[in-house]
Write a protein that binds this ligand. Structure first.
Ligand code: AMP
Length: 584
């Protein structure tokens, strides 16, 4: 684990480390692969691809197949069930990471070694360093970062399995590093009850409001949830500050103890000033009003999180949104070297020493739509990706994944020194599909962005959305779920049928040629838009959390597959609208 000395080294020398890492792309990548092979070529999984024993980089690329999780799952299951021989890797696995990407309803199990964790740590620290350098004075204050954990599981082998965030927040590296800058006492972060944890973290953040210079979390979805929590609990938070007593439903011993050290006296003056802000007619800019020294909001806002950009811009009063890192349970990938980039321009620079990366070219047709042609193409190395092209990332890690398809598609947008920078485009397996039409996550997101523009001048905010392909009738149709509210207030907007239908039209217009021709030919029915009341998507999140997903790593599902999830959203429905039947 990263020691205090190593953490200090990164903070002191990080910019030089970054220069080095972005310059010698080919060399560093080849070295990483060599190291991985040197350690692991003799494992049961890899050895069969090197029949004559020569495990060099070239034969790796020729012989080892590109795989998905399903291909490697039987090996991982054997390790989880207690087999100790070197099945996938020679190093000792310290535990499994749980991924929110599911495999047949179960979270994926991803092996982690001490070394692979250390590399991820250094990425996190480098990203933190780059962001701080960008905002002068942000070194001096504290971070109100809302972090949550989830109970660990134990596999039959006795190895633990947990979400990366849960593992990380429990390490000394976190306690000695980023936690030192956080307003939240570690015991409130480590509380297993997310509601008590959220309440106490917000309370400590409000009590230290003049010291907070950064507001954030892992993903934007957590901050959207936080704003809703403030709407529901601000009176109680103010009351706790006024009286100096913590609410009696805070019973977690860690939280109670931590709060007793912070909430030490009644503070009616502070309570009054905070209450006044909450009682403002509009909550526009409430984050900067509550924490006036905040310089930026820090959370992942790309990919499926981009749906929260306008919400965070509104409540954040326009302070910069910084999307720091792109990573997954499988590997750390890259960091954002330009923290001031606008949310839709964010690119991540891959850090070359964490894993060996390859890229499967993804074809895009004239309309920018992902094609299926890529499977015939050979993957290219990091050093050979081309500006403007799309690729699916394939990773070989220090922890037993070899030529593993992550499922994320990126576009190359530029270079830092010799290292390419990538914009996150979409997750490959997230698609709406009827007949031969495939509407991807990117198609959906672009279409919704266009449609919601007509709501904005009316003061209506689209806070979150999802979709599914309804094939219960023939022909089937795509259904969108939108949670709408008035800007700054919680009232449900008055829904003008004409405007809502226009939104449906804009979405359909924006879809590609295949969709339109199927719609015209009658193989797909008119698009349906279901508006749900404020808070419905929180229930959806609760549902996934009850199924084992961690709040800290929750990704809102863009395309629903679960009937239960559709039912939850239907139960919050307050209006439904359709495109005109004969639109095309
Ligand atoms: P998990 O393994 O549960 O942490 O999920 C990892 C997945 O989250 C990645 O494969 C991406 O699909 C998504 N993800 C992680 N970081 C980002 C990011 N910066 N932008 C967009 N999506 C991300």
């Amino acid at each position: 684990m990263a020691s205090e000395k190593e953490i200090k080294e990164i903070y002191e020398n990080g910019m030089n480390i970054l220069e080095d890492l972005t310059n010698n792309v080919q060399e560093i990548q080849e070295q990483v692969l060599q190291e991985i092979l040197k350690s692991n070529a003799g494992t049961e999984y890899l050895s069969r691809f090197f029949p004559n024993g020569e495990a060099d980089n070239q034969s790796f690329k020729t012989n080892v197949p590109i795989i998905t999780y399903e291909d490697i799952k039987p090996y991982i299951d054997r390790i989880a069930n207690g087999e100790t021989s070197s099945i996938l890797l020679a190093y000792r696995i310290i535990q499994f990471l749980l991924s929110t990407g599911t495999s047949g309803g179960q979270p994926k199990l991803i092996p982690m070694t001490a070394e692979s964790f250390e590399k991820r740590m250094s990425d996190l620290l480098l990203s933190d360093l780059v962001t701080r350098k960008c905002f002068s004075g942000s070194d001096e204050g504290k971070s109100l970062y809302l972090y949550f954990i989830k109970p660990e599981m134990e596999t039959p082998s006795g190895l633990k399995a947990s979400f990366f965030t849960t593992f990380y927040f429990k390490t000394e590296s976190f306690k000695n590093g980023l936690a030192k800058f956080c307003t939240s006492p570690i015991d409130t972060i480590l509380c297993l009850d997310n509601k008590q944890s959220m309440f106490c973290q917000l309370l400590t953040g409000l009590l230290q409001r003049d010291e907070v210079v950064r507001f954030g979390s892992t993903f934007a979805s957590v901050l959207a949830r936080t704003i809703k929590f403030l709407e529901d609990y601000w009176r109680e938070l103010c009351c706790n500050i006024r009286t100096g007593y913590i609410s009696d439903w805070i019973i977690d011993p860690g939280c109670k103890n931590a709060m007793s050290l912070i909430l030490t006296r009644p503070n009616p003056k502070l309570a009054d000033s905070i209450q006044q802000i909450f009682e403002d007619k509009s909550w526009e800019g409430i984050i900067v009003k509550l924490w006036p020294k905040i310089k930026y909001i820090h959370c992942i806002i790309t990919g499926s999180m981009s749906q929260y950009v306008s919400l965070l811009e509104f409540y954040g009063g326009g302070i910069p949104l910084v999307s720091p890192i792109y990573n997954s349970s499988e590997s750390s990938f890259g960091i954002n070297l330009k923290p001031l980039s606008k949310p839709f321009d964010v690119s991540y620079t891959f850090l070359l020493n964490t894993a060996y990366f390859e890229f499967l070219p993804v074809g895009k047709d004239g309309e920018g739509k992902t094609q299926e042609t890529w499977t015939d193409d050979e993957p290219v190395d990091l050093a050979n990706v081309k500006l403007g092209r799309y690729y699916e990332v394939v990773v070989t890690t220090l922890a037993g994944l070899y030529r593993y398809r992550v499922g994320d598609v990126h576009k190359v947008t530029g270079f830092r020194n010799k290292s390419p920078q990538f914009q996150f485009v979409e997750r490959r397996n997230v698609v709406l599909s009827i007949d031969v039409d495939k509407t991807t996550e990117e198609d959906l997101s672009k279409a919704i962005m266009k449609a919601k523009l007509i709501l904005e001048p009316l003061g209506i905010m689209l806070t979150t959305c999802s979709s599914y392909a309804d094939t219960s009738l023939t022909p089937g149709r795509y259904v969108l779920f939108w949670e709408l509210k008035m800007k700054g207030r919680n009232d449900l907007p008055k829904l003008d049928a004409k405007i809502m239908e226009q939104c449906c039209c804009i979405v359909e217009e924006s879809f590609d040629f295949t969709y339109k021709s199927h719609r015209k030919g009658g193989a797909i029915s008119a698009l349906e838009l279901r508006v749900v009341k404020h808070g419905t998507f929180d229930e959806l999140m609760d549902f996934y959390v009850s199924k084992g997903v961690s709040v800290a790593q929750y990704k809102p599902p863009s395309c629903l597959k679960s009937e239960e999830a559709v039912k939850i959203l239907n139960s919050g429905m307050v209006g439904k609208f359709f495109s005109p039947k004969t639109m095309f």
